[in-house]
Design a binder for this molecule. Sequence first.
Ligand SMILES: Nc1nc2c(ncn2[C@@H]2O[C@H](COP(=O)(O)OP(=O)(O)O)[C@@H](O)[C@H]2O)c(=O)[nH]1
Ligand SMILES: *[C@@H]1O[C@H](CO)[C@@H](O)[C@H](O)[C@H]1NC(C)=O
Ligand SMILES: *[C@@H]1O[C@H](CO)[C@@H](O)[C@H](O)[C@H]1NC(C)=O
Ligand SMILES: [Mg+2]
Length: 391
Amino acid sequence: MNTSARYIITIVVFVISIHYIVSFTHESYGRATSLSNLKNKLIPGSSSTPASDTLENFPSYPSEPYGGHTNETLVTDYHANATFVILARNNDLNGAVRSIREIEDRFNRRYRYPYVFLNEEPFTAEFKSRISVLTSSKVEFGQIPKEHWYQPDSIDEAKAKAGRDKMEEQNIIYGGSVSYRNMCRFNSGFFFKHPLMLKYRWYWRIEPDVHFHCDILYDPFVFMEEQKKVYSFTITMYEYQATIPTLWGHVMDFVKLHPEYIAKDNSLGFMSTDNGATYNLCHFWSNFEIADMEFWRGPAYTAFFEYLDKQGGFYYERWGDAPVHSIAAALFASRDQIQFFDDIGYEHNPYTHCPKGKGAWEKGKCSCDPLKSFDYDGYSCMSKWDRFIEQ
Ligand SMILES: Nc1nc2c(ncn2[C@@H]2O[C@H](COP(=O)(O)OP(=O)(O)O)[C@@H](O)[C@H]2O)c(=O)[nH]1
Ligand SMILES: *[C@@H]1O[C@H](CO)[C@@H](O)[C@H](O)[C@H]1NC(C)=O
Ligand SMILES: *[C@@H]1O[C@H](CO)[C@@H](O)[C@H](O)[C@H]1NC(C)=O
Ligand SMILES: [Mg+2]
């Protein structure tokens, strides 16, 4: 062997040795230069290790459609003439902060609908600053006119007191409370007349300490408008009979006086199976509402509320805004104007509506337990609504 041949062999052996040493000590170098890898590069589609293989050890690892990030893009599409409305006391501040934080994160930071806060007392500076910091939307704080809130002079206070005492004895929730009655009457007949609300047509009612469990990926206000809806709900249930002993009788008297207001394809059949003789107590839970204030401001509801208010049942009994709104929606709107929002995961203690529609829970990245939805709880009226709407 001559000198130059020996020299070449030495170099070749040296290069091969370095290759193996680096291959063992530097993993990525080894992968980049391995034979199988070179083969994959030369013959496309021959890869024996699909990228997803690495996830197979983690069967619970989120893959589509669970994964991805929440879309943060500001929605600049057509917006409805709409606002959120929150009735609250100053000491409801922390609960109100939690509710607004959630609706912002789940929906409104992309839509920037305004907020109107209402209270019979002035909101404190602390309340205003702690709410305003949560959102880029316009936030307005209004005081409720006295005549929209307090028990009117036309109410016989002795009779009202007797009613409260009786309900307290019966252990009915809020049975002895005057302020709760003020609140129910205000929500029934006045919130949509507040000067801050008059400039809007649509509203979304929110209470302190509620939860929005899912991303809301479309605009429910625009949906309502486009679909010509009037009223919407997420939870429906039975009312306490003891809070409304005479309500249904007055409703039927009103219907006889004003048959012209009854909608053609109404939802009386959801609330009564004997054509109105008796009320099954089903109503929509009004702590969540997305609805059209023109409906409440219109002639049918105006006459209806005035008629009920004259009977005094908001104070002599304890009529809630939930049955009052619900019965009105059932009688004066057609059934296809009432919307059940399955995809809006919503909780107001102690009940939760969790989406059940195909893929809705995944799409909304919902934090609620789909097995614990209130919909088919024994106390829910949802199955009655399903049957009514399908017939
Ligand atoms: N300003 C004000 N808001 C009230 C008063 N009572 C209740 N609210 C609000 O009215 C709504 C319903 O009251 P809440 O106590 O949640 O009643 P519940 O949901 O029927 O148990 C919530 O938004 C409360 O913050 C009150 O006396 N003054
Ligand atoms: C995010 O939302 C905007 C506006 O709705 C939409 O145009 C866009 O396609 C969305 N992007 C993703 C990744 O979903
Ligand atoms: C929004 O609706 C209110 C009430 O119907 C109306 O007075 C107002 O003019 C509307 N605003 C716009 C911008 O359409
Ligand atoms: Mg509440």
